[in-house]
Design a protein around this ligand. Structure first.
Ligand SMILES: NC(=O)c1ccc[n+]([C@@H]2O[C@H](COP(=O)([O-])OP(=O)(O)OC[C@H]3O[C@@H](n4cnc5c(N)ncnc54)[C@H](OP(=O)(O)O)[C@@H]3O)[C@@H](O)[C@H]2O)c1
Length: 311
């Protein structure tokens, strides 16, 4: 049964959504509205507000688009709100308050706290990351440690703060990590980890686990499809990954997939929010291969995760 039909009482009607944040505002300050409570079982029902960090990234953009398509409200956080607006700005969602764009550099803990970014959200999805090897993306000290570890740790710190002040009742933290985090000394991950990307992703995972919030960690292999830049949301939703949409999912870190479609990762993120937390609790590695996949079929995703849990 679809999560939304189980949980209808938890979702707020569209007309009850909070006013849209002023464009370009870096603070989410405003009236502290009631958070949408997860249903029994930890399902995050449609209508809930989901904070997506790394929203301008390849996976992040797709996650934002697919969440909106599935009926969630989204707070999309990016270092550059301008870039986020370029990606999402002409979406219908900005005019009916379902999409809120905020700017945040996750390395800045005090700035994050001040922005109240984690308040009044029902779930968080982190798609933050950088390149495994030195690149222009590491500019200004934004290598693996600040992005894959410090940023996630700071986010968790804000969540802890918001939970203790009663301004959030987080039902789920979904973290997009990587295969290989538990095999850092094995090939090919030994090479991938030369600059510490896997070590820091693992530390980020540990911070999420220690938070006490129900979590789902998704560990993709080498990402394909996208990143999509400057596309509007409708284009993002229509993005497909050709013939390679069949998924392989294993609990833990036992899979070494040839590749993982960003589109399928985004589908997996949305599906994991729609499923009871106990059925998607833990870390799962994720690969894609030729064939037909679950796409947005929740029943099929439920089977995929159930098989992974049973192995
Ligand atoms: N690429 C692969 O083959 C591969 C394989 C396995 C796992 N992964 C992981 O999968 C996830 C998604 O990958 P992707 O390719 O979609 O990532 P991506 O396109 O590189 O996007 C990364 C996102 O993180 C944001 N970010 C970086 N530093 C930040 C900071 N200090 N504060 C706030 N936001 C920051 C970026 O924002 P800006 O636009 O401001 O930089 C961007 O939105 C990442 O965690 C990645 O490490 C990737």
């Amino acid at each position: 049964m679809a999560a939304s039909s189980v949980c209808f009482s938890a979702a707020r009607p569209a007309h009850a959504l909070r006013p849209r944040a002023r464009r370009g505002a870096s603070s989410t300050a405003g009236p502290r509205s009631r958070v949408v409570r997860a249903c029994a079982g930890g399902v995050v029902p449609e209508g809930s507000k989901v904070l997506v960090v790394g929203a301008t990234g390849g996976v992040g953009q797709l996650v934002v688009a697919k969440l909106l398509e599935a009926g969630y409200r989204v707070r999309a956080a990016a270092r550059s709100a301008e870039r986020a607006r370029e990606a999402f700005g002409d979406a219908d969602a900005t005019s009916d308050d379902r999409l809120e764009i905020v700017s945040a550099d996750l390395r800045d803990f005090d700035g994050l706290l001040a922005s109240r970014i984690c308040e009044n959200v029902d779930a968080i999805v982190s798609c933050v990351g950088t390149t495994a090897f030195p690149s222009a993306r590491w500019k200004d000290g934004n290598g693996p440690e600040p992005t894959d570890y410090v940023s996630v740790k700071n986010l968790v710190g804000c969540v802890t703060n918001a939970r203790s002040s009663g301004t959030t009742d987080l039902a789920r933290f979904v973290l997009v990590s990587s295969v290989g985090v538990d095999r850092q000394n094995e090939m090919p991950f030994l090479i991938l980890n030369l600059f510490g990307v896997l070590k820091n992703k693992k530390k980020g995972e540990d911070a999420v686990i220690a938070s006490g919030v129900p979590y789902t960690i998704l560990r993709p292999g080498r990402l394909t499809d996208g990143p999509y830049t400057s596309y509007d949301i409708n284009t993002l939703v229509r993005a497909t990954s050709g013939e390679r949409r069949a998924v392989e999912v294993e609990k833990g870190d036992s899979l070494t997939p040839e590749e993982t479609s960003r589109i399928v990762v985004a589908d997996a993120v949305v599906a994991s929010l729609r499923l009871p937390s106990a059925r998607v609790s833990g870390a799962y590695c994720l690969g894609t291969k030729e064939g037909d996949g679950p796409k947005d079929d929740l029943g099929k995703w439920e089977e995929v995760f159930a098989k992974a849990n049973a192995r």
